[in-house]
Design a protein around this ligand. Structure first.
Ligand code: S3P
Length: 752
């Protein structure tokens, strides 16, 4: 028998697509008890028996109800009342232990029908709705897989028998569905928007076109867009008539919203307002991808990419050169902040050089969810229409930030100051990362934040709390924690002061200043006073030194290399990698130094020179925190041992980077010894090959994947790296640039 399903006799009233598919799914999943059916159409019953879906059936309810333990009403919504009335007359006598459920697409009307038929809501009646279907109808179209991985919504009431609810849950679980509960009114509103409105539009569009004279021509040449949009117009007309009658009010409300949206677009088309069209299409297109990723709970773009290409593996050939002049994408930290501060500012913030990677796009999407109009990104250009410090709106669901730790931690501060509640969620990697480091000090400020066990995501942030400035001594050198508190401090009473144990990136402070907000610094402490406002200012995002690092190291380890990386951000709090490579003996020069929008930039010119192992100065660790995976590859090629200490933070990045790198170095045969807060790596020196090839698991960590990609320049064999889709979180176009400078690699779809 199907797991957890205790029924001994199931009766399905109405043997169409939905009822027939339920019978088929129960059979396919091992339910061996009798399944009976009642349907006004004797042919459907005969077909159901012939297909092996039901054991017996009849056109009259009285003949099949005897002894049923579970009755499923799968008739059209408007037939529900009369079927329930018939059932009410026989059920107590014929089937005293029965549980009744239904599959109707609207719930308020069916609840009314139940009240009329039974005189009350029986405790053994659990209304439900499987969100699955097809444009086909009739039992002949029954599909055993129709409900697998689909949602079923149950709407039990306060006095519904919990055992009855559990039994209906077990019924749907046996078909492979995921069972959820919500109340009747919410169900009807949600379904009006997500199902009823799209069906209404599809019916209307096809009907309108079919009435036009040239309809034959139109249908003959209709392309995929027409087909995709109108597939559901082939659905059962009677069923849908009933749904629209039954869910009238909720459908009308969603139709009003839709008409207002169409009217806005109509005006834009009429006036040739390309910007307005772009803004709408862009929001919609991103929302659509975001929706997909929410359903799959994978990261935003990686999911999109996987949909197109499957899980990614890199195969990197050994050897190759590193020459040329390239520009890597925009800085991730600055890109996140440009959207955050732009959204809270007054006026329109024009951003250039925005990183179109998954992480910063997740931030951008989250603000769209909170009602901020954002145009782009279009070739790195984004226009953020600021809503002011108090203009954000409550999002309609959780804010999903994918892989982005920066987004989650900075959001925590910013959202703690809002009037509304929010939930922050992320992908599997982010869900393992510590959030107590921001939740604890925010609570000291008066915020109310719930985390999952161990201070992990998701974060539930309760809005409407009065925040008080605090003076916080950070236990770790973290720019994310500092920035989180400064953002909360914007909304706090009085001063918020943060002392850092070592300097960390100061992009938040610089950008706040650029937006006209006073941020003070004295030694290791920075602070601001709450209650001010931000004024939009243009932002020119420099290339990300963390992305440039992979190519700096590539050139540093490859004899004959000569590479220029243009327009790289060289903020003093980010240049640990430059200092460390120079200490190792790299021939690395800064050219064309200048400032853009409050951030220093330069072209980085690097030529091959033999590297030597060093003791990495502890004060450089926070300044190079994201660069260590690549720096470990530099160490593996240097003469002698490189020693890193004081870098325990690497264990709580997108992966445990100390462990992940040690494992990968082990695969290549590089001698190393791992410590709790660091590593010793014994380099090979010399100019030939430095280590073997092999197969590396990047653990879905973008920087591990890119570090081992460049390692292949000095490997004796191919390096194969699994789980690389997340490279898109920080470095879209990495593969193309790697090829352009002289690496030889290909992307492959991993067989899952
Ligand atoms: C970042 C800060 C650093 C860094 C991360 C980006 C930021 O994290 O590793 O990639 O944008 O503030 P920590 O603050 O946890 O050190």
């Amino acid at each position: 028998m199907a797991v957890g399903l205790r029924e001994s006799r199931i009766l399905i009233v109405g043997l169409g697509l939905i009822g027939g598919s339920l019978a088929a799914a129960l059979r396919a999943n091992g339910f061996r008890g009798p399944i009976l059916s009642c349907d006004p159409d004797a042919d459907e019953i005969a077909r159901g028996i012939e297909m092996g879906l039901i054991d017996r059936g009849d056109t009259r309810l009285e003949s099949v109800v005897e002894g049923a333990t579970l009755v499923v009403l799968a008739v059209p919504v408007l037939a529900m009342e009369s079927v329930m009335a018939q059932l009410a007359g026989v059920i107590d006598r014929a089937a005293p232990d029965v549980v009744i459920t239904d599959v109707g697409s609207t719930k308020a009307a069916i609840r009314e029908a139940a009240l009329a038929a039974f005189g009350r809501m029986p405790a053994n009646l659990v209304l439900g709705h499987p969100i699955a279907g097809s444009e086909k109808s009739g039992v002949a179209a029954a599909d055993a897989g129709l409900y697998a991985r689909h949602k079923v919504i149950l709407t039990p009431e306060a006095d519904t028998d919990p055992d009855a609810t559990a039994r209906v849950r077990a019924l749907w679980a046996a078909t492979g569905a995921e069972v959820l509960e919500m109340d009747v009114a919410r169900h009807d509103q949600v379904l009006a928007r997500t199902s009823h409105l799209p069906h209404l539009l599809a019916f209307s569009l096809v009907d309108t076109l079919a009435r036009q004279d040239e309809r034959l021509e139109i249908f003959r040449y209709a392309a995929g867009g027409f087909r995709d949009f109108t597939r559901i117009a082939g659905s059962d007309p009677v069923m849908w008539r009933d749904i629209f009658i039954a869910n009238r009010d909720a459908v009308l409300a969603s139709l009003d919203d839709f008409e207002a949206g169409v009217a806005r677009l109509r005006r834009a088309v009429e006036c040739g307002d390309g910007d307005a069209m772009l803004a709408t299409f862009d929001r919609a297109s991103h929302a659509r991808h975001y929706f997909e990723s929410l359903l799959n709970q994978t990261s935003y773009q990686a999911e999109y990419q996987m949909q197109q290409h499957g899980k990614l593996r890199y195969r990197v050939s050994p050897g190759g050169g590193v020459t040329g002049r390239i520009r890597v994408p925009g800085d991730k930290s600055i890109s996140h902040r440009s959207i955050m501060l732009g959204a809270l500012a007054e006026g329109v913030t024009e951003v250039k050089g925005f990183l179109e990677g998954e992480d910063s796009l997740a931030t951008l999407q989250a603000f769209r969810e909170m009602g901020v109009a954002i145009e782009g990104p279009q070739q790195g250009r984004v226009s953020v229409h600021g809503v002011g410090m108090h203009g954000l709106k409550a999002p309609s669901g959780p804010l999903y930030v994918g892989n982005a730790g920066t987004a989650m931690r900075l959001f925590a501060g910013l959202l703690a100051g809002q009037a509304f509640d929010t939930e922050l969620t992320g992908d599997a990697s982010l869900t393992r990362r510590p959030m107590g480091r921001v939740a604890d000090p925010l609570r000291q400020m008066g915020a109310e934040i719930d985390t999952a066990e161990g201070g992990r995501p998701p974060l539930h942030i309760h809005g409407g709390k009065a925040l008080e400035g605090i003076s916080y001594d950070m236990p770790m050198a973290s720019a994310q924690v500092k920035s989180c508190l400064l953002l909360a401090g914007l909304y706090a009473q009085g001063e918020t002061r943060v002392r850092e144990p070592a300097p960390t990136r100061d992009h938040t402070e610089r950008m706040l200043t650029g937006f006209g907000y006073r941020v003070h610094r004295e030694g290791d402490t920075c602070w601001l006073e709450g209650g001010g406002k931000l004024t939009a200012a243009p932002i020119d995002v420099p290339s990300d030194i963390s992305s440039a690092t992979f190519f700096l190291v590539a050139a540093a380890i490859t004899p004959g290399s000569d590479l220029i990386l243009e327009h790289v951000g060289i903020n003093p709090t980010r240049i640990g990698v430059i200092n460390i490579l120079q200490l190792m003996g790299a021939d690395l020069r800064l050219e064309n130094e200048h400032e853009v929008g409050g951030e220093p930039v330069a072209d980085l010119h690097i030529r091959y020179a033999p590297l030597k192992g060093i003791e990495i100065p502890v004060d450089q660790v926070p300044l190079a925190i994201d660069e260590f995976p690549a720096l470990f590859i530099a160490a593996a090629n240097a003469e002698g041992t490189t020693r890193l200490r004081g870098a325990g933070e690497l264990r709580v990045k997108e992966s445990d980077r100390l462990q992940a790198m040690a494992d990968g170095l082990g695969v290549l045969g590089v001698e190393h010894s791992l410590r709790e807060d660091g590593i010793d790596i014994v380099g090979s020196g010399g100019k030939g090959v430095s280590y073997a090839g092999g197969r590396i698991d990047s653990l879905g960590d973008h920087r591990i994947a890119m570090a081992f990609t460049i390692a292949a320049l000095r490997a004796s064999e191919e390096i194969v790296i699994d789980d690389c889709a997340n490279v898109a979180t920080s470095f879209p176009g990495f593969i193309d640039l790697a090829r352009r400078v002289g690496l030889s690699l290909e992307e492959q779809q991993e067989a899952s």
